[in-house]
Design a protein around this ligand. Structure first.
Ligand code: 48F
Length: 274
């Protein structure tokens, strides 16, 4: 006879109380943080991992109830993506398996890369909050600067309900929202004195796009950084298609920039020298 597994009994209100109490403890802590990253795609997850490893209190808000952004779509839904050197060092850092195609060129399973990057960020201490949309920024003047983000439940936005949002303060905000550069876009529209223009990306030119995306990863205005495809949107850089080295490198570079600014010294926190 098979053994009977004794499943612990739990009262419903105990589940409710534990979830609410522990969630509130987290939210009280993250209401003010070192770095708020927006978007859990490849650049955001990489940025979160290295920022947290540098010892920064790191929060990542993702609109969807899942992470990975454009990784999961692979190349036209074929479940593989390409990564070129030196970004393979980042994937080695999270124990993501790769198959080498040629010198310095690798192919990776999309699902493995998503989960390993997310796991790397979480293990490093970053807090990933799913189902939250950043729909505005918090700013101050003299000089004009970004000091946080405005957040709302994605479900409230989808339902079209009129619900006032909440503000989260951060020493650095990083736009990793991908093709639409949503944080930069809202800042450029609502705070013209920041002089930000989101020109939109150009058509495909893979190698140029990969190189420029990494090079132009930067602090766009005081307090607001950009990484990943959002860099292409702001600087009219070409798109690159399903090759992800540039996204990983851009995420690592932005973490390095943020850490240097906040900590006031240049620590080597990634396997790459930028
Ligand atoms: O689009 P996404 O993967 O951005 P990325 O890190 O990488 C781009 C590549 O996936 C690919 C490419 C390069 O190979 O062309 O497209 O630059 O991930 C962006 C994430 O941000 C979330 C969105 O759901 C996605 O998971 N996001 C976008 N806007 C917001 C947001 C917002 N306002 N608030 C919260 N999350």
């Amino acid at each position: 006879m098979l053994p009977i597994v004794k499943v612990r009994e739990v009262e419903e209100e105990k589940i409710t109380r534990a979830i609410i109490q522990k969630t509130m403890e987290d939210w009280l802590d993250i209401a003010e943080n070192d770095v708020t990253i927006v978007g859990a795609g490849p650049s955001g997850l990489t940025a979160a991992m290295y920022a947290a490893r540098a010892g920064l209190k790191t929060v990542l808000f993702e609109r969807r109830l899942s992470f990975g952004g454009g990784i999961g779509g692979g190349g036209m839904q074929f479940h593989k993506i390409i990564v070129e050197s030196p970004a393979d060092k980042i994937l080695r850092d999270v124990n993501c398996r790769m198959e080498q195609l040629e010198d310095d060129l690798f192919i990776v399973d999309a699902a493995e890369m998503m989960v390993k990057l997310a796991s790397g960020a979480i293990d490093a201490g970053a807090k990933i909050i799913l189902g939250v949309t950043v729909d505005d920024v918090i700013y101050r003047d003299n000089p004009p600067r970004i000091v946080g983000v405005v957040i709302q439940w994605s479900s409230v936005i989808m339902a079209g309900l009129h619900v006032d949002p909440l503000g989260i303060k951060a020493k650095a905000v990083v736009d990793c929202t991908g093709h639409d550069a949503e944080v930069l876009s809202v800042a450029s529209k609502k705070i013209p004195e920041l002089n930000i223009t989101v020109a939109g990306e150009k058509s495909m030119w893979t190698s140029r796009a990969e190189k420029l995306t990494v090079e132009r990863t930067r602090e766009v205005c005081p307090g607001l950084f950009v990484a990943g495809m959002a860099v292409a949107a702001v600087d009219q850089i070409p798109r690159m298609g399903p090759i992800f080295g540039g996204m990983l490198l851009s995420g690592a570079k932005v973490a390095q920039l943020v850490a240097s600014k906040i900590l006031g010294k240049t620590l080597k926190i990634t396997p790459i020298d930028f």
